[in-house]
Ligand binder design. Structure first.
Ligand SMILES: NC(=O)c1ccc[n+]([C@@H]2O[C@H](COP(=O)([O-])OP(=O)(O)OC[C@H]3O[C@@H](n4cnc5c(N)ncnc54)[C@H](OP(=O)(O)O)[C@@H]3O)[C@@H](O)[C@H]2O)c1
Length: 381
């Protein structure tokens, strides 16, 4: 029997609670809240100490979100020898070393399957793969909101602002959509995946990203007429120098698996020596998909799981200088660097020769100061 202290009773917390109610091997003992919720009044507390000092509670589920106090609560739970399950990608990505070391030190389980891919059993399968095989690359569509926007813009001519508003009305996008459309949410998931896949410790801020905030219906029309589908793709791979990791809009051929991912679905893949490419597709968010992966983590702990997905990593250098491809660039203020690299035209934008990810992302950060509507997309076909 698992006795649970549940931190948070929002979208995911309520789903976990309802799933636990249906099981005889899981019992939610206390729930941390910050306002009155009548239906759980008997279990509710506003004081985390009530949970961390309760010797009958063996597992803490953190579904508060955000960095603080989630980080402090997870640390305190692990230090008290309690197992921790979390869906919080922000805290796991930002404090990866601290949290995984603490779990190891205290012999407690730390699981976060729902943090990457919501309901998709991605991290558990990445863990299975890496214990036997060498993972060479992880990549894919890791954010449902941005995929919903890109998918809708390909299906019918619609402006980015219009479709973003629709996504907000449907509850897919937050009032402040920046984490979804600028890439921060994806970058956290990429960092966690890459750290597990490659036994490393990437720092979130070191991974360059370019989101979809500046894509226009004109860009999409040009991509479609040239037989491309544009998706926001995150990639991390082993290189001779260490690890390369980045995320950017990417033009794919219509036969690519990622090109067919509709609405707010996710598709995440690894490439490994024995298995080749294996892809995981499904709902990257939502109450019951996400709660299911949290509950599954609890069942794994009940079955004896006492580990994080990977051992202690070493900080491999992040180096994107050897990853080169052509780019689509649309800007109203081309400079000498861009002119030097221009080899063709696509709609209102230009196509570059092969440029490294490192060089392009450094250039475009500067370019956004001169033209904040500028848009880039990798051309990998
Ligand atoms: N929703 C998804 O589909 C999804 C998918 C994958 C991962 N996740 C992750 O799961 C976590 C939870 O997400 P969610 O969608 O369930 O968020 P949510 O609906 O906002 O729920 C969070 C809950 O925690 C409560 N809370 C926050 N800080 C608190 C504190 N200091 N003390 C007590 N209660 C506190 C909030 O209370 P109030 O109601 O008073 O604000 C809210 O009820 C996040 O890390 C998120 O990234 C979510």
């Amino acid at each position: 029997m698992m006795n649970i202290g549940l931190l948070g009773f929002g979208v995911v917390g309520r789903g976990v609670y309802e799933q636990a109610l249906q099981r005889e091997d899981m019992s939610v003992q206390r729930i941390l809240v910050r306002r009155d919720i009548p239906e759980i009044a008997a279990l509710a507390t506003r004081n985390f100490e009530d949970i961390v000092t309760d010797p009958t509670i063996d597992t803490v589920i953190e579904v508060l979100g955000g960095l603080h106090p989630a980080y402090e609560y997870i640390c305190a739970a692990l230090q008290a020898g309690k197992n921790v399950v979390t869906a919080n990608k922000a805290v796991v990505s930002a404090y990866y070393n601290q949290l995984t070391s603490l779990a190891r030190e205290h012999g407690a389980a730390l699981r976060c399957t729902a943090a990457v891919g919501g309901g998709i059993p991605w991290l558990v399968n990445l863990e299975r793969c890496r214990r036997l095989d060498t993972v060479e690359r992880v990549s894919g569509i890791m954010n449902g909101t941005s995929n919903y926007i890109m998918d809708a813009m390909h299906k019918a001519p619609v402006s980015f602002d219009e479709i973003l508003k629709k996504a907000q009305d449907l509850g897919y996008a937050e009032a402040d959509p920046s984490a979804d459309i600028d890439g921060d949410d994806i970058r956290r998931k990429l960092v966690i995946s890459a750290n597990i896949a490659f036994d490393t410790q990437l720092a979130e801020e070191s991974v360059p990203m370019f989101g979809i905030r500046t894509v226009t219906d004109g860009d999409i029309a040009a991509f479609r007429s040239a037989g491309y589908v544009c998706k926001l793709i995150a990639t991390a791979q082993r290189t001779a120098q260490g690890v390369a990791a980045w995320l950017e809009p990417t033009l794919l051929g219509t036969s690519a698996l990622e090109a067919a991912v509709p609405a707010n679905y996710n598709l995440i893949s690894f490439d490994s020596a024995y298995l080749g490419r294996q892809s995981y597709y499904g709902q990257g968010a939502g109450r019951f998909p996400t709660a299911s992966n949290v509950t599954q983590d609890c069942l794994d702990i009940l079955a004896g799981q006492r580990h994080f997905y990977a051992g202690e990593g070493t900080a491999l250098p992040l180096d994107n200088s050897a990853i080169c491809h052509s780019y689509y660039v649309r800007t109203s203020a081309p400079d000498a660097w861009l002119t030097r690299h221009t080899v063709g035209q696509l709609g209102g934008g230009i196509l570059t020769d092969s440029v490294s990810v490192e060089e392009m992302h450094a250039w475009v950060q500067g370019q956004l100061q001169r033209d904040n509507h500028c848009f880039i997309a990798a051309v990998t076909k």
